[in-house]
Design a protein around this ligand. Structure first.
Ligand code: PEP
Length: 251
């Protein structure tokens, strides 16, 4: 059975003290509560160790939002997958559209990052998604398939089974414009079929595919009720417990 996951992506928000407070508030809100999904928070690098030490990481998984495409060495300013893992983080968000667009992360770079994450026992939350022009030109299925194929399909079946996917239509990220439940389901079902063709039905059935893009307390239930939507990657609405908890509780 694939996991249901609600993962927050704080992006470049919250200083260390604010981030610690948010993580601790979420930890307190979840204490003694039975929720029906895994909860993850994706913090900036500098928060990882402090957050992982301050919360119950059995209840809330900690994710980095990136890692280097090199294992170690003279790469000033970079943070390796091994360093991320040493903080207590268990996940790493890779291939977010902001990293692809603003930091020129190519499919080849992402391939290296995925391999290094897996070598260091981090679960990649691998983001894919089309821009508006691609959807309008009816190329969204081809674009998403190519993002998956080029960065992930050299993985063995065993390694691919460790990946979580996040379908994030770029036109929906931070815009307040959510994909409809039908658009999300259509793409998630397409992704699952693509995985089944490459690996096998069992791998496809066991892969968690999250939806991301202006998901919030009012639309989460409808989005998550789709058979192929296994949760969400949440940006803006993960920055406050009052907004994030109802999304977790949508399951
Ligand atoms: C994201 O950046 O991963 C995201 C989904 O952002 P938002 O929820 O703010 O659209």
């Amino acid at each position: 059975m694939r996991k249901k996951i609600v993962a927050g992506n704080w992006k470049m928000n919250k200083n260390l003290q604010e981030g610690l407070t948010l993580a601790q508030e979420l930890d307190a809100a979840l204490k003694g509560k039975q929720v029906n999904c895994e909860v993850v928070i994706g913090t900036p690098f500098i928060h990882l160790a402090s957050v992982a030490n301050a919360i119950d990481t059995e209840k809330i998984g900690v994710a980095a939002q990136n890692c280097a495409d090199k294992a170690s060495g003279a790469y000033t300013g970079e943070v390796s997958a091994e360093m991320v893992a040493s903080t207590g983080a268990k996940y790493v968000i890779l291939g977010h559209s902001e990293r692809r667009a603003y930091y020129h992360e190519t499919v080849g770079i992402l391939k290296e990052k995925v391999l290094l994450a897996l070598e260091n026992n981090l679960t990649p939350i691998f983001c894919i998604g089309e821009v508006l022009e691609e959807r309008e030109a009816n190329r969204h299925f081809d674009v998403v398939k190519s993002q998956i194929t080029s960065s992930l399909f050299d993985l063995s079946k065993e390694d691919f089974s460790k990946i979580v996917l996040a379908y994030e239509p770029v036109w929906a990220i931070g815009t307040g414009k959510t994909a409809t439940a039908a658009q999300a389901q259509e793409m998630h079902a397409f992704i699952r079929k693509t995985l089944a063709e490459k690996y096998e039905e069992e791998v496809a059935e066991n892969t968690s595919i999250l939806y991301g893009g202006s998901c919030n307390a009012s639309n989460a239930k409808e989005l998550f009720s789709n058979p192929d939507v296994d949760g969400g990657l949440i940006g803006g609405a993960s920055l406050g417990v009052d907004k994030f908890m109802p999304i977790i509780e949508a399951f």
